[in-house]
Design a protein around this ligand. Structure first.
Ligand code: 5GP
Length: 112
């Protein structure tokens, strides 16, 4: 069980910003920007890499849901970044697919 499984199960609290049938969004505990929200699908997918065909819809809904969260937070006008860290070099630390939504300041490019 990952940290995010436990949050979904209600075993660990999270600072929820949005929830619907498909996704849960909550504030990152170590924010890298004024807005740093993590968005996860309720149906578990471990990694972006090697995504099984049957999880394609889950991931599509995850992206749609993240855009909905962004609109709800009012960050769509100034813009925001959506990030998936995949694997060690990208510093993926939780083996449960998640989108990082970063906003609230001009973001540098390239990241990292
Ligand atoms: P990753 O590095 O796997 O892409 O992202 C995992 C994220 O989870 C990190 O940005 C990290 O700050 C966040 N995180 C780790 N532990 C907790 C926690 O207990 N609560 C919350 N809300 N976020 C966490």
């Amino acid at each position: 069980m990952t940290l995010f499984d436990k949050m979904l199960a209600g075993e660990i609290p999270c600072d929820k910003v949005y929830e619907d049938d498909d996704i849960l969004a909550f504030n990152d505990i170590n924010p890298q920007a004024p807005v740093h929200v993590l968005v996860i699908p309720k149906h578990k997918v471990a990694r972006f890499d090697g995504l099984p065909e049957q999880d394609a819809e889950t991931v599509g809904r995850l992206f749609q849901g993240a855009a909905r969260v962004a609109r709800q937070l009012g960050i769509q006008e100034n813009g925001y970044r959506v990030i998936v860290n995949n694997g060690r070099d990208a510093q993926q630390t939780v083996e449960y697919i998640h989108l990082h939504l970063l906003a609230g300041r001009p973001l540098k490019w390239p990241p990292g």
